[in-house]
Design a protein around this ligand. Structure first.
Ligand SMILES: NC(=O)c1ccc[n+]([C@@H]2O[C@H](COP(=O)([O-])OP(=O)(O)OC[C@H]3O[C@@H](n4cnc5c(N)ncnc54)[C@H](O)[C@@H]3O)[C@@H](O)[C@H]2O)c1
Length: 310
C-alpha cells in the first residue's frame, strides 16, 4: 500500500507513519510545521519507503503516482494551539479536509479523517457513544476546533454518500506519549514538564473533571484496524478508563519523584467536565481496546521528556 499522511510531523502523524512503514507500506508525508516539528520525522530521513513534502494542505494538494489511502491528521490539536491559531484551525478542518478528500477521490484511495472527542463538546451523555450528537458552543473560544472537526465529519460523510468514497472517521480521545510537545498546554505534557522542573502543578478548578488517557501505540493500533477493516460511520478510539485530573497530577508526581506542589487555577471557559469514550463499536467491529496501563504509558512518556531540554 502507498498512503498519504497529512500532519505527519505532528505527534500522532509521526507515530502513524512509523507504524505504516513498519508494516511494510510506503508513506508520503505532508506538513507545514505550524505545530509539528522536523524532529518528529528526522529518523525517517533517507528511509526508502518514506517521502516528505512541506505543504499547507489548506491549499490544493498534488501527489504524483498512485495512492491507496489518505489519512488526514493535519490540524492544530491542543487547546493552546487552536486558541492561538483560530483561523488556520478552521481552514485546515474545512478547506484542508476538502482538499484531502478531493485527492482521495481523484486517486480512488480510502480516506480516514482524524476527528476528535471534542465533537461531543461538554457532553450531556456519559460515556459518549458515537450516536450522541454533542453539546458544542459554536461561538465559544473552542468552537474553532470543535466546529472545524464537525464540518470535517460532515463533508467526509458527504463524499462517502454522494461520491461513493470509502471513508473512515476516527473520533480520537485524549492521547499521550513520546513526541507530545512540552508546552502544548495538554494536561499530560503540562504535568510532566512541571513535575520534572519541580514547578507547581496547575490543576484547573478542583481537579475533579475527568479525562481518559490513551497511550499512543494503542491509539495507532486502533486507527490502523479502523482504516483496514472498519465501517464508514464514526468510531470512537480511546481508553475508557477514567481518571480525575487531580489523580493524574498525583501519579505524575509519584512517577517522576518530584517535589512539586499542586496549585489550583480557575477553570477555563467551555472546559469539558467529563470525557470518556464508549468504545462498544471499536470492540465489536475492530476487536480493539486499549492495553497499555496509564502508569506504564506515563513512565515511557516521562522517559522521553527527561531526554528533552524543556
Ligand atoms: N493528540 C490527541 O490527543 C488528539 C485527540 C483528538 C484528535 N486529534 C487529532 O489528531 C490529529 C493530530 O493531532 P496531534 O496531537 O498529532 O497534533 P500535532 O499538532 O502534534 O500535529 C498536527 C500536525 O498537523 C500539521 N498541520 C497543521 N495544519 C496544517 C496545514 N494546514 N497543512 C499541513 N500541515 C498542517 C502540524 O504542523 C502538525 O505537524 C489532529 O487532526 C487532531 O485534531 C488528536
Amino acid at each position: 500500500m502507498r498512503v498519504l499522511i497529512t500532519g505527519v510531523a505532528g505527534f500522532l502523524g509521526s507515530h502513524l507513519a512509523d507504524r505504516f512503514l513498519a508494516d511494510g507500506h510506503d508513506v508520503v508525508g505532508m506538513d507545514n510545521f505550524v505545530t509539528g516539528s522536523p524532529d518528529n520525522i528526522a529518523h525517517l530521513t533517507g528511509h526508502q519507503r518514506f517521502a516528505f513534502f512541506e505543504h499547507n494542505v489548506t491549499n490544493f494538494i498534488y501527489v504524483a503516482g498512485p495512492l491507496d489511502g489518505v489519512l488526514h491528521f493535519a490540524s492544530p490539536a491542543s487547546p493552546r494551539d487552536y486558541l492561538e491559531l483560530p483561523i488556520q484551525t478552521l481552514k485546515v478542518g474545512s478547506l484542508g479536509t476538502h482538499k484531502a478528500l478531493g485527492l482521495a477521490k481523484a486517486k480512488g484511495a480510502r480516506f480516514l479523517l482524524a476527528s476528535t472527542s471534542e465533537v461531543y463538546g461538554d457532553p450531556l451523555v456519559h460515556p459518549q457513544p458515537e450516536a450522541y450528537w454533542g453539546n458544542v458552543n459554536p461561538v465559544g473560544p473552542r468552537g474553532v476546533y470543535d466546529e472545524a472537526k464537525r464540518f470535517a465529519e460532515a463533508i467526509t460523510m458527504a463524499y462517502h454518500r454522494y461520491h461513493g468514497l470509502d471513508t473512515r472517521i476516527v473520533r480520537i480521545f485524549n492521547t499521550y506519549g513520546p513526541r507530545m510537545r512540552p508546552h502544548d498546554g495538554r494536561v499530560v505534557s503540562n504535568f510532566i514538564v512541571q513535575a520534572l522542573k519541580g514547578e507547581p502543578i496547575t490543576v484547573y478548578g478542583e481537579g475533579a473533571q475527568t479525562r481518559s488517557f490513551c497511550y499512543v501505540d494503542d491509539l495507532v493500533d486502533g486507527i490502523v484496524r479502523l482504516f483496514l477493516r472498519g465501517g464508514n460511520e464514526p468510531t470512537n478510539v480511546g481508553n475508557p478508563r477514567e481518571f480525575t485530573v487531580l489523580e493524574l497530577a498525583k501519579i505524575v508526581i509519584r512517577l517522576t519523584g518530584s517535589r512539586s506542589q499542586i496549585v489550583r487555577e480557575p477553570l477555563p471557559e467551555d472546559d469539558p467536565k467529563v470525557r470518556q469514550p464508549d468504545i462498544a463499536r471499536a470492540r465489536a467491529q475492530l476487536g480493539w481496546e486499549a492495553k497499555v496501563p496509564l502508569e506504564e504509558g506515563l513512565a515511557r512518556t516521562i522517559e522521553y521528556f527527561r531526554g528533552k531540554p524543556a
